[in-house]
Ligand binder design. Structure first.
Ligand code: NAD
Ligand code: UDP
Length: 316
């Protein structure tokens, strides 16, 4: 039986990964300090004997006594991911993706494990090409409000390749584009939970700027399948995993009003500093190397996500 260590396993993507690998009969170790994650995301797994939860900050030294035994795969997904957190905890974010990644690489080296990293489309910054292929090196502000996140993710990618080249650590880098679905936090500040919860309560939908900026949203089940295929592949260099269906934020807000049959109005709020103007993955590489592309369209994905948030809010 194989063992996978998932950092950030109590968060949105991490908890879906825990489920995925439990369903594939792996031993799953979930490491999380619950800074943005929640125990309720993994409470259904807590009593299973193949599942272990370790409350630990990945940027602190790892006590390997707690991790004796084989580890075959390390999925390093710990890191706050909402732009709201870039204001609140920039140092923790920078350390989680830099020192945290160093700790995970050392562990992977010691255990001879494959190490996969949750990188991001933010590596492309405010892109000057659209869609973004993996070969585009990005347009990132090194000192701006988003830099704690963007630059620490970029440094992590660089450190990962250094460990691969210097020590032969087997590595994978997933460049994740905006992903949504059940278990996002209601108030985490990202567009999907914000708009859906505003719509469900008939409150104003807060569109930042004029809403002309675009994003490309991928449903979580598609994204997780992409991660698994990447992990099982032999690709060491970054691979974009995301849905290329691009939509303006204003149209996205209108769609959510429509799908929820809400009476919410749209209100316009100031655009946060350095908010990327466009974002869309070129997934040619994922198609060719992983035989992967998303299958769940925006209407179906939103339907499933809205059902989840209705449950959270006790709305029938
Ligand atoms: P999330 O906030 O729901 O999950 C992150 C998890 O990491 C949380 O459970 C949090 O408690 C944990 N964590 C944070 N710092 C930690 C630390 N120092 N030690 C241990 N645990 C820590 O966010 P998410 O959307 O699930 O994102 C997961 C990963 O995917 C992150 O690395 C993020 O950068 C990346 N990512 C996500 C998206 C997206 O659209 N969801 C897009 C690009 C990249
Ligand atoms: N956004 C918005 N209203 C909100 C939250 C976000 O208009 O209440 C916008 C945000 O400015 C960005 C887009 O929606 O242009 C996606 O934001 P999110 O925080 O989900 O992720 P990002 O892609 O910026 O990391």
């Amino acid at each position: 039986m194989k063992t996978v260590l998932i950092t950030g396993g109590a968060g949105f993507l991490g908890s879906h990964l825990c489920d995925y690998f439990m369903n594939k009969d792996y031993n799953v170790i979930c490491m999380d300090n619950l800074v943005t994650g929640r125990e309720e995301n993994i409470s259904h797994l807590m009593k299973k004997n193949r599942f272990r939860f370790l409350n630990h900050d990945v940027s602190k030294r790892i006590d390997s006594d707690n991790l004796n035994g084989d580890i075959d795969y390390i999925l390093h997904f710990a890191s706050p991911a909402s732009p709201v957190d870039f204001d609140k905890m920039p140092v923790e974010i920078a350390m989680t993706n830099s020192v945290g990644t160093l700790n995970m690489l050392d562990l992977a080296r010691k255990k001879n494990a494959v190490m996969m990293f949750a990188s991001t489309s933010e590596c492309y910054g405010d892109p000057e090409v659209n869609p973004q292929p993996e070969t585009y090196n990005g347009n990132v502000n090194t000192t701006g409000i988003r830099s704690c996140y963007d630059e620490s993710k970029r440094f992590a990618e660089s450190l990962i390749m250094a460990y691969h080249r210097a020590y032969g650590v087997d590595v994978r880098i997933a460049r994740i584009f905006n992903t949504y679905g059940p278990r996002m936090r209601r108030m985490d500040g990202r567009a999907v939970p914000a708009f859906i919860n505003q719509a469900l309560h008939d409150e104003p939908i807060t569109v930042f700027g004029e809403g002309k900026q675009t994003r490309s949203f991928c449903f979580v089940d598609d994204e997780i399948e992409g991660f698994y295929r990447l992990l099982m592949s032999d690709e060491k260099y970054p691979v974009n995993i995301g849905n290329p269906h691009e939509i303006s934020i204003l149209d996205f807000a209108k769609k959510i009003i429509d799908v929820t049959s809400s009476s919410s109005e749209i209100v316009f709020k100031p655009l946060p500093e350095h908010d990327p103007k466009v974002r869309r993955p070129d997934i040619t590489k994922a198609k060719e190397k992983l035989d992967w592309e998303p299958k769940i369209g925006i209407d179906e994905g939103l339907k499933r996500t809205i059902e989840y948030f209705k449950g959270v809010n006790g709305i029938k």
